[in-house]
Design a protein around this ligand. Structure first.
Ligand SMILES: [Zn+2]
Length: 350
């Protein structure tokens, strides 16, 4: 029998708000045990729905999310990568870093450049562009949001594209020859069919103010990454309180090269290569994932760690263990058997 480290030495998981019910995992592959199904279906033992304590975005940030609605896609592509949006295929054939001076700064007038090929049916177009350029082709608006061509850049080796239909964009964005900043970024709507776990890879201690860290992340994301909001949909504090991040109806963001469309992004803040997740955090991750799985009818429950999708150690070995050994999936399914968790709004620090 596999020991469920960090939850309970007795190899059981107690559901918060449901002290009468104890889940016992007899094998790693077991889903919901028969007694729990019986309990969930019995009026005599009606289980309280689990509660998710959540802080609204406006409760931790004075800065409203930016961006514009549009029918499009955002992708990070390396040389040789291509992606599709509707009838359009776009690809990167070359990236050239800006010339640098002795201090490592770009020489005046020199910028990172990318050669982009577009194809649609018999039509094709290849051009070399500067970081920050935007143009229209065949009814599509293509923005070169960022180029990470310099060694040491976060996201090194990728060009960040936004591609949208011209018709879906506000006039100001659709006709712009500049990709612009966070206020021009696309809020890309999506349906959710995957549940994906991240960590921040930076430590989180009980003395830390997570709301302030997220406010800093939002500003950094806007200025440094050209994001319209924090990249994750929900972020967890050490006590299991959830901070509402980017509106989950829109695609999240990443510095890596997977396509985050369809992913419900949860960040368990902290560095789980070093620290261990606690029981409250694991329960909350399960509650959030169960909430999303029921909201979007995700069946079977599909849980990823970021490392399953891209070259990263995220969400850290100590957290990924629960993804890899199936514990988290079992916890999510057990919550789903009780009912969709209830979101209760709380003030930061409450
Ligand atoms: Zn991650």
């Amino acid at each position: 029998m596999r020991k469920v480290d960090g939850i309970d030495e007795g190899n059981t998981i107690r559901m918060r708000k449901a002290p009468a019910m104890t889940l016992r995992f007899s094998t790693p592959a077991l889903g919901v045990c028969a007694c729990c199904v019986l309990l969930a279906g019995s009026a005599a033992f009606a289980q309280e729905r689990p509660v998710i304590r959540m802080v609204k975005h406006s409760g931790w940030s004075e800065l409203a999310p930016k961006g514009v609605n549009g029918d499009g896609i955002r992708r990070n592509l390396a040389v040789g990568d291509s992606a599709e949006f509707q009838d359009l295929t776009f690809s990167v054939t070359e990236m050239t870093p800006a010339d640098l001076d002795e201090s490592g700064s770009a020489v005046a007038g020199s910028v990172d450049r990318v050669t982009v090929s577009l194809a649609m049916g018999e039509e094709s177009d290849t051009r070399t562009l500067d970081e920050g350029d935007a143009y229209n082709w065949q009814g599509y608006h293509i923005s070169i949001v960022a180029i990470y061509a310099k060694k040491g850049d976060l996201g090194f080796g990728s060009t960040v594209f936004e591609v949208a239909t011209v018709a879906s964009l506000p006039e100001e964005v659709a006709q712009s020859e500049s990709a612009g900043g966070a206020e021009f970024r696309l809020r890309v709507p999506h349906g959710i069919d995957k549940l994906t776990l991240h960590h921040s890879a930076t430590p989180l201690t009980p003395e830390d103010d997570l709301g302030q860290k997220l406010a800093n992340m939002q500003v950094w994301g806007e200025n440094d990454r050209n994001w319209w909001d924090v990249p994750y949909h929900y972020i967890l504090d050490l006590d299991g309180t959830v901070y509402e991040g980017r509106d989950h109806r829109f695609v999240g963001d990443t510095n890596t090269r997977y396509d985050p469309a369809g992913h419900f992004l949860i960040n368990c803040y902290g560095n789980y290569s070093d620290q261990e997740p606690n029981e409250a955090q694991l329960e909350t991750i399960a509650n959030l994932m169960a909430w999303a799985a029921m909201e979007y009818s995700i069946e079977p429950v599909t849980i990823y760690g970021h490392r399953d999708l891209a070259g990263t150690s995220c969400p850290g070995d100590n957290l990924y263990e629960y993804v890899e050994n199936g514990t988290l999936k079992e916890m999510v399914e057990a919550v789903m058997a009780v009912g969709q968790p209830e979101i209760v709004w709380v003030e930061k620090g409450e």
